[in-house]
Design a protein around this ligand. Structure first.
Ligand code: ZN
Length: 226
């Protein structure tokens, strides 16, 4: 297993809760340590530590926005520099491997999302609009940490689904190396609150993205709020 800062904090917490006052003389010095690691495996994704900064919710220091958690209307960071850096490297490395990736949609302000949602609701009715879009304040695009990505083909031809392209097939297995997760997974719609979106990637940093990818989780599961 990988030892992260969080792992260490939880192990420390368990040690404190267990009332460890220091090592007891023992012929088996490692037995207590092994027990602690087993306990950690069970609770690994179930200890959400919430914090709030200016109306933005973080869980274990990762920004969360979904149907339940929203961003304030004036939260307007634009695309975060580390996200631009990460997708630039992803697109360059894709090109070097013979794949074509392109950014289809980036930052979207609260007001932009309000317009998108109102337009959809006007055309489809609010119930149907809700299936494919999120109300203003609830879009991850407002966080500055998410982008929609496409292949050159899918971006220029509405009949081509990015999820069916070789470009996506390559991207889905390497995105975590750049700190991205495919945010809205097939079969996890009732947890994420949105349908499968192979094109929507969210930056969470390489360490969290790798854990989420390897354990086949969505962000809500990883943060213990599913
Ligand atoms: Zn998106």
């Amino acid at each position: 297993m990988r030892f992260t800062t969080r792992t260490f904090l939880i192990i420390t917490l368990l040690a404190i809760l267990a009332g460890c006052g220091g090592p007891e003389p023992s012929n088996e010095p490692f037995s207590d340590f092994e027990k602690t690691v087993e306990t950690y495996d069970v609770i690994e994704y179930a200890v959400p530590v919430f914090s709030e900064v200016d109306g933005v919710t973080y869980i274990n220091d990762i920004l969360i926005v979904n149907r339940e958690y929203s961003l304030p209307p004036d939260y307007n960071p634009g695309l975060e520099p580390e996200v631009i850096d990460a997708y630039t490297r992803l697109i360059q490395d894709a090109a070097a491997e013979g794949y074509n990736l392109t950014i289809v949609s980036g930052f979207r302000s609260y007001q932009d999302q309000e317009a998108v949602y109102a337009d959809l609701a006007g055309r489809l009715g609010e119930e149907e609009a809700d299936q494919i879009a999120l109300p203003p304040g609830h879009s991850e695009h407002q966080s500055g940490l998410a982008v929609d990505i496409g292949s050159v083909e899918s971006a220029s031809n509405a009949a081509v689904d990015f999820g069916d392209t070789p470009d996506y097939d390559w991207m889905k297995d390497v995105a975590h190396e750049y700190g991205f997760i495919v945010r809205y997974q097939e079969g996890k719609e009732n947890i994420t609150g949105l349908g499968y979106e192979p094109w929507h990637i969210r930056y969470v940093g390489e360490e969290a993205a790798t854990e989420i990818y390897e354990e086949d989780l969505v962000l809500e599961e990883y943060l213990g709020i599913d």
